[in-house]
Design a protein around this ligand. Structure first.
Ligand code: FES
Length: 69
Protein backbone atom coordinates (compact mmCIF):
# COMPACT_ATOMS: atom_id res chain seq x y z
CA UNK A 1 0.00 0.00 0.00
CA UNK A 2 1.34 3.44 -0.91
CA UNK A 3 1.77 5.49 2.26
CA UNK A 4 3.44 8.57 0.80
CA UNK A 5 2.04 9.60 -2.55
CA UNK A 6 4.51 12.48 -2.96
CA UNK A 7 7.51 10.15 -2.81
CA UNK A 8 5.68 6.94 -3.81
CA UNK A 9 6.71 5.08 -0.63
CA UNK A 10 4.90 1.92 0.40
CA UNK A 11 4.35 0.57 3.91
CA UNK A 12 6.82 -2.16 2.95
CA UNK A 13 9.46 0.48 2.11
CA UNK A 14 8.92 2.10 5.52
CA UNK A 15 9.10 -1.21 7.43
CA UNK A 16 12.23 -2.21 5.56
CA UNK A 17 13.94 1.12 6.32
CA UNK A 18 12.96 0.85 10.01
CA UNK A 19 14.32 -2.71 10.24
CA UNK A 20 17.56 -2.13 8.35
CA UNK A 21 18.57 1.43 9.14
CA UNK A 22 16.75 2.02 12.45
CA UNK A 23 15.75 5.66 11.95
CA UNK A 24 14.50 7.39 15.10
CA UNK A 25 12.19 9.94 13.50
CA UNK A 26 9.85 10.06 10.55
CA UNK A 27 12.17 12.65 9.00
CA UNK A 28 15.02 10.15 9.15
CA UNK A 29 12.86 7.56 7.37
CA UNK A 30 12.63 9.83 4.35
CA UNK A 31 16.40 10.25 4.40
CA UNK A 32 16.92 6.48 4.61
CA UNK A 33 14.79 6.14 1.49
CA UNK A 34 16.61 8.89 -0.39
CA UNK A 35 13.89 11.51 -0.29
CA UNK A 36 12.43 14.16 1.98
CA UNK A 37 9.00 15.13 3.29
CA UNK A 38 7.02 17.29 0.92
CA UNK A 39 3.39 17.87 1.93
CA UNK A 40 3.75 16.03 5.27
CA UNK A 41 0.38 14.25 5.11
CA UNK A 42 2.04 10.86 5.53
CA UNK A 43 4.08 11.70 8.65
CA UNK A 44 1.44 10.38 11.08
CA UNK A 45 1.16 7.11 9.13
CA UNK A 46 4.93 6.71 8.99
CA UNK A 47 5.13 7.26 12.76
CA UNK A 48 2.44 4.62 13.29
CA UNK A 49 4.30 2.09 11.10
CA UNK A 50 7.52 2.88 13.02
CA UNK A 51 5.76 2.40 16.38
CA UNK A 52 4.20 -0.90 15.25
CA UNK A 53 7.52 -2.19 13.92
CA UNK A 54 9.42 -1.17 17.05
CA UNK A 55 6.87 -2.70 19.43
CA UNK A 56 6.87 -5.92 17.40
CA UNK A 57 10.66 -5.96 17.68
CA UNK A 58 10.51 -5.29 21.42
CA UNK A 59 8.06 -8.18 21.87
CA UNK A 60 10.33 -10.48 19.90
CA UNK A 61 13.36 -9.44 21.92
CA UNK A 62 11.47 -9.82 25.21
CA UNK A 63 10.33 -13.29 24.15
CA UNK A 64 13.89 -14.27 23.25
CA UNK A 65 15.18 -13.11 26.63
CA UNK A 66 12.35 -14.78 28.54
CA UNK A 67 12.99 -18.06 26.78
CA UNK A 68 16.76 -17.88 27.04
CA UNK A 69 17.26 -17.72 30.78
S1 FES B 1 2.32 12.16 1.11
FE1 FES B 1 4.28 11.95 1.98
S2 FES B 1 5.18 13.91 1.83
FE2 FES B 1 3.26 14.10 0.81
Amino acid sequence: MIVCSCNVLSDHDIRNAVAVQTPRTAGQVYGCLGCSARCGRCVQTIRKIMDDAQSACASTCRGAHDGGS
